[in-house]
Design a protein around this ligand. Structure first.
Ligand SMILES: [Mg+2]
Length: 221
């Protein structure tokens, strides 16, 4: 006898079209690069190296933490940098508009300690990111929530019958962008654009929003 309480997956997907979910990178897309700001503030130029320059995130973070340790930069110093930072021009308005029409999740390789003050300025959107290990105000390590979490989050959302549209600016966004139903580069540097010429690339929030709206399904469906 058929269980009438629990519809089958086929029944669920047959009743509705997938809902659109937008996943966005954060640094370089909605807020400035935290580490570049830290480099400018401390005068430590080696900290200007970002995911735009180094595709291997573990290598990049190990490099950064070694520099912070060597130079004696504390979590308190980082908090001071974060307190002075705000979102990129137009980011809050773009995000507010997007959240009005779609489910939006920020997928970031930043850390909870960095994200918290900045997310308040963006209206507290949902964000999935990592954690720093801090001891006596010194950053001693970092902990990835899960390996390749951007791609795996997109795959999980797709398995929940969401149509995922993704955008980011750097190497660490490519697996997310390529796992999505539709993906684009935003504010990406020339090297990333040239190495991924099959991806649409945008530099303004208006262009990105128009492209997101143009992907299927249409807003409100
Ligand atoms: Mg980025």
């Amino acid at each position: 006898m058929r269980d009438t309480c629990w519809p089958t997956t086929a029944t669920i997907s047959g009743r509705m079209r997938p809902q659109k979910m937008v996943t966005l990178d954060v640094e370089g897309v909605l807020i400035p690069e935290v580490w570049v700001n830290l480099a400018l503030r401390t005068g430590i130029n080696e900290l200007k190296r970002t995911t735009r320059d180094e595709p291997n995130y573990d290598r990049l973070m190990t490099y950064r933490l070694e520099i912070l340790d060597r130079e004696g930069v504390t979590m308190g110093d980082l908090r001071a940098v974060l307190a002075d930072m705000g979102p990129l021009d137009g980011a809050r308005e773009f995000l507010d508009g997007l959240r009005g029409d779609y489910q939006v999740i920020l997928l970031s390789d930043t850390f909870q300690q960095f994200a918290s003050p900045l997310m308040k300025q963006l209206g507290n959107p949902a964000i999935l990111c990592h954690q720093l290990r801090v001891k006596d105000d010194r950053i001693v390590d970092y902990v990835l929530r899960i390996d390749d979490h951007k791609r795996r989050s997109v795959e999980a959302f797709r398995s929940l019958n969401y149509q995922v549209v993704a955008a980011g600016d750097s190497y660490n966004d490519l697996s997310m962008i390529r796992a999505a139903n539709a993906g684009a580069l935003f504010n990406a540097p020339t090297n990333v654009i040239e190495e991924n010429q099959d991806l649409p690339a945008f530099d303004s929030y208006d262009e990105l929003r128009s492209w997101i709206d143009s992907t299927d399904p249409a807003p409100g469906v």
